[in-house]
Write a protein that binds this ligand. Sequence first.
Ligand SMILES: [Ca+2]
Ligand SMILES: [Ca+2]
Ligand SMILES: [Ca+2]
Ligand SMILES: [Ca+2]
Length: 469
Amino acid sequence: MRRGLIAAVVLAVAALGSTEAPVLAADGDDPAPATGLARAIVVGSPFGGGSDGRVDVFRPDGTSELLTTNSLGFTTGRAGTEFGDAVAVGDLDSDGLDDLVVGAWFANNYGGRTWILFNSPTGYAAGKHVELTPNRIGGDYFGAAVAITSRSGGRKDVWVGAPGRTVSGVPAAGVVWRFTVSSSGSVGTPKAVSQNTSGVPGSAEPGDWFGSVLAPASEGVVVGVPDEAIGKHTDAGMVEWIWQGGRGLEGIGLSQDSPGVPGVAETGDMFGWSVSAGGEVVGAPWEDVGSTKDAGGVQTFRISGTGESRAVAAGPALSQNSAGVPGTAEKGDLFGYAVTTGVFECPGVRSMAVGSPYETLGGSWAYGGTVAVTTLPGEQGTCPTRSLAQEAGLPGSIGAGNEQTGRSLGTVARADVAGTDQLLIGAPGEQMGNANEAGIVIGWTPGASGFAFGRIGLDGEFDHFGSVL
Ligand SMILES: [Ca+2]
Ligand SMILES: [Ca+2]
Ligand SMILES: [Ca+2]
Ligand SMILES: [Ca+2]
């Protein structure tokens, strides 16, 4: 749900070298983690394979499929394309099989490339591959974020961010391309949506990087714009709900300075860095809590109505110092780096999960990371609050630090218990055997040990498997 342009900078901070026992039997014999789920677990690892990138697919029937630009026969123009930097899952051609949209934002001199991989009975490699090809040039970063959404009437839209795109001579203002897909899977002419597009809030300004963060929403998309300047405050950030109205695109844009929204837009908050499906939870991981720098926060929203009657109302703003939220706001926790929602533990009650991947554990394990699970504000009923970390509710150990547990989060519906979801937690800094920063994905199972798994095949050093869920 999120894609951050400075993620690589943050990652470069940490390269700790001590050893740690592997979490589980790795190296190709990981257990099938998707058993009982309604669809496959799809993991993007843009740093895998020397940053050519990879997408690992784990199906509920226990089979799996590794997708790379090589295995798919794509020629990407340069090494280090970061295929899998953004991934979306959904059935685009109504054949009952989930299709994929995969970005490679560094391909072709940072112009970026993005494909629809239609599924087939024998997997994605054997299915039809359709490249999405808008007019673009180097530096657009087309594919930095992707989303699949549905419209009434059966049409689907594929949204692809190109945050480096120049708009009316304004560099790195950014656009989101919309590709409408018919129920039979044919792709229409793309439409470029920018902050200068009629009905879209804001205006295109240098360095907005509009399109760096996308999440699906009803009839449209949510765009996180963490690099938006609010007044004189650069990178304060905003979030926009955009949908197709009767006479064109319509939208609502909010920042921490908007009426009714708690908090204050400040330089470097990066409000909009992460956005849950529907935009009910928006992360501002570089928010200061009191005088505590970069402790992080999230803003909750309640969305109601459709079309022109759509309304977005701000709920509570939460940090680790808020009542009902586990933990303590400390410098550099980056609470809100990743967010997701789902019914994880209590049927009928939705929760939100918020990652703090740079939380220090046990007093000294830097960047161990935690995930807070709390009832989504406005829900009928409450569900227990959970503070999750390795050695505390999640499988794995924190012997080395730098696991960055909670740097990515995902939700997949369960098929075995109707109306409930599986929470997935990326720990892309996890050491596996001698492979530093190989990465794992953890499935939290309330009241049980949960599961964890690495990539298909031998664990790869610096893969950061699990960066994108
Ligand atoms: Ca399909
Ligand atoms: Ca702007
Ligand atoms: Ca703020
Ligand atoms: Ca903390």
